[in-house]
Design a protein. Structure first.
Length: 672
């Protein structure tokens, strides 16, 4: 693997380590300036020490430690919560006044328009800090980037998931440097349109203009939505059914503007700018124009991590090939990763970003190995063989991450990619042609008909693949150690195939042994996990008890929401059973009483340690507490909020712990 620049790779890995260490271990109140000062002193010492005759390995180790420290400092500077003028440091005890600047328009839900914003002022003091703003749809007022919102409502911290193993929206936003959200209703804010416009605002307005042009094409709903997604990265109009179909078919990546789309755009740009190479300095002019168009495309499509990654890599590719035609693509990918993390360190925690680079590295390193197995002479067969090898390499690259995050694997991904990717190339080219024709008076009905037919084919192919349930493997749970070991095997395999040395083959065998050892250790490690859980379910009750690999659920119904909770709780080798709700539960040495709408609580010779209140029982809680003397009261989501407030006051008066699942999430009683 002589083509690989190991120095660049090592520096990038150390940068990533520094970012992760800072995110996980640095306290919130750490001083950026003190850390930077220490770093600069270390840099100075390093350059002084270099003049002395010290072993090269010590120099290298010290330099890499400095890169790790540099990664940590980058995170501190990029994450506003570490800044001295973070908005929470300017809050008053009572009323506060805020000015928010809209930075991005997010996909709305059924009740709110959603935006990201910067807290530019807090109580007339200049501040920083990113938040989420939710504006009630009753307002029928939609903001744009650079608009200002003035309000006295204080942003609140983002709530944690209400139930175990659910999607952690709080953690997801924290990985983007967002730690609070604000929900505004009618008359709770003042809207101030922007006077000065940034490049982002111009790009947003141009994107809206293009969306309107696509709407004017009068395509059917599916064709309209997919064209917006493919050309502009606008996925809000794609139906939930179609989106799920693309996921199950293993081709959801085509709906996110990424390397596939940017690569096709680069081919088109190169074709039309080819004549410029005949001019003096033509290659330089072509390179500059190409990069400008790609950057403009990134802004117009919303500058999502997948677009930024693809555009930055292709921009570096164009520059690299112009400066040094022999520069290998893998080094360009590493360089793009390095610069992107310098620009935005928190990208490393973005799942889409991780999947993008896993796919890119696997395509660049594994695909040549696979494609060398067979080299067909026929150009058409070669084209489809290339699609197969690229799809296979990409899927192998993202497989461990996909299993770790999403727990499913589409077995027919090769079939779907071979059928879908050629269609996507045609759809994008015809889609661009349609968009261009919409600016003219030319009759584009024939082109529109062809385009809609291709979308019809695309949807039917994906639906057919998605409906092959036998080949869609779900509920595959792997630990982070299994994921790391899987990538270790892949790296060792690629190294062995390129070096063809005996020691390299041994490294593959050793990595497989390491994976087997981790699986064996996890299996033989005693798992005496025992817990009793009362979940948060709106208007219903769900309780479970877990004893090692056995999970028993008690519920009053089986709704879609409850099924989602059960699916999230299920892990590999877990046996699941169901029973109807009971009034009395014995859990090890604990006695648990469930009081429902019948209000039965006075059970002879039964003194509960915990009491669960469900379905708004009409009881006098003071009387219940006097007779039962429990350790805690738990009210689930099936109770009326007004009654819950009364119970809360009673427990506070009695100095007894009170847990309301709608506010505090699921109540978990654990025994280890």
């Amino acid at each position: 693997m002589r083509f690989l620049n190991f120095h660049m790779l090592l520096v990038t890995i150390c940068l990533i380590i520094g970012i992760i260490l800072a995110y996980e271990f640095l306290p919130n109140n750490i001083s950026i300036y003190k850390v930077t000062a220490i770093f600069l002193c270390c840099m100075f010492i390093f350059f002084i020490v270099r003049k002395f005759h010290i072993r090269h390995i010590i120099h290298t180790a010290f330099a890499l430690l400095l890169v790790v420290a540099f990664g940590s400092i980058l995170l501190l500077f990029s994450n506003s919560k570490y800044h001295q003028n973070y908005y929470t440091s300017k809050l008053k005890l009572h009323e506060n006044a805020f000015t928010f600047k809209i930075t991005e328009v997010l996909k709305p839900n059924n009740f709110y328009y959603k935006y990201t914003a910067i807290v530019t002022e807090t109580n007339n003091q200049s501040t920083v800090g990113d938040i989420i703003i939710n504006i009630s749809k009753e307002e029928k007022l939609q903001f744009k980037p650079d608009d200002f919102v003035i309000s006295s409502v204080t942003p609140k911290s983002i709530p944690s998931p209400k139930n175990p193993n659910q999607f952690n929206y709080k953690k997801y936003l924290e990985h983007q440097g967002i730690y609070a959200q604000l929900t505004l209703t009618k008359n709770a804010f003042y809207y101030k349109p922007s006077t000065a416009r940034s490049i982002k605002r111009y790009a947003y307005d141009f994107r809206l203009f293009l969306i309107q042009k696509i709407d004017n094409l009068k395509l059917n709903d599916a064709s309209n939505a997919i064209l917006k997604a493919l050309l502009l990265g606008y996925r809000d109009d794609i139906s939930a059914e179609n989106y799920t179909t693309f996921i199950d078919a293993g081709v959801v990546h085509i709906l996110a503007v990424s390397g596939l789309h940017v690569g096709l755009l680069l081919i088109i740009i190169s074709f039309f700018l080819k004549p410029l190479e005949q001019l003096k300095h033509g290659k330089v002019i072509k390179t500059v124009i190409t990069i400008a168009i790609l950057i403009g495309f990134a802004f117009v499509t919303g500058a999502s991590p997948s677009v930024v990654r693809a555009v930055s890599m292709f921009c570096l590719y164009v520059m690299g090939k112009a400066i040094s035609p022999r520069m290998h693509n893998i080094n360009i990918a590493i360089l793009s990763l390095f610069f992107l993390l310098i620009f935005k360190p928190l990208y490393i925690f973005n799942v889409g970003f991780q999947l993008s680079y896993a796919a890119v590295f696997s395509i660049l390193l594994l695909e040549p190995i696979v494609s060398n197995i067979w080299k067909p002479n026929n150009q058409i067969i070669f084209y489809f063989w290339k699609i197969l090898t690229v799809s296979f390499a990409a899927q192998i690259g993202v497989l461990p991450l996909s299993l770790y995050y999403f727990h499913q694997f589409p077995g027919l991904f090769l079939v779907s990619n071979v059928l879908v990717i050629p269609l996507i190339f045609l759809i994008i080219i015809i889609g661009i042609a349609l968009l261009v024709l919409s600016f003219t008076t030319i009759n584009f009905s024939p082109v529109s008909t062809v385009y809609q037919f291709l979308i019809y084919l695309l949807l039917n192919i994906t639906k057919w693949v998605a409906h092959q349930e036998t080949f869609l493997f779900r509920e595959i749970h792997i630990s982070i150690s299994h994921m790391i070991c899987s990538y270790l095997i892949l790296i060792c395999f690629i190294y062995a195939m390129n070096s063809k040395k005996t020691m390299a083959l041994y490294s593959v065998l050793l990595s497989i042994i390491v994976l087997q050892a981790t699986i064996l250790i996890e299996k033989i490690t005693p798992k005496n996990e025992q817990k009793f859980t009362i979940y948060q379910v709106y208007k219903h009750t769900l309780i479970s008890r877990k004893d090692e690999n056995h999970l028993l659920f008690y519920t009053d119904t089986i709704s879609d929401n409850i099924l989602r909770i059960i699916t999230a709780e299920k892990v590999s080798n877990t046996i699941i059973d169901f029973e109807k709700l009971k009034n009395i539960y014995w859990y090890n040495n604990y006695k648990i009483l469930l009081i429902d709408k019948d209000g039965i609580f006075n059970i002879p010779d039964f003194k509960p340690d915990f009491i669960i209140l469900r379905n708004s029982p009409k009881i006098n809680l003071e009387t219940v507490l006097l007779k039962s003397n429990p350790k805690a009261i738990i009210a689930d989501g099936s109770n009326y909020p007004a009654l819950v407030n009364l119970w809360k006051k009673t427990c506070k008066k009695q100095k007894l712990p009170f847990h309301y699942t709608n506010e505090m999430g699921a109540y978990i009683l654990e025994l280890h």
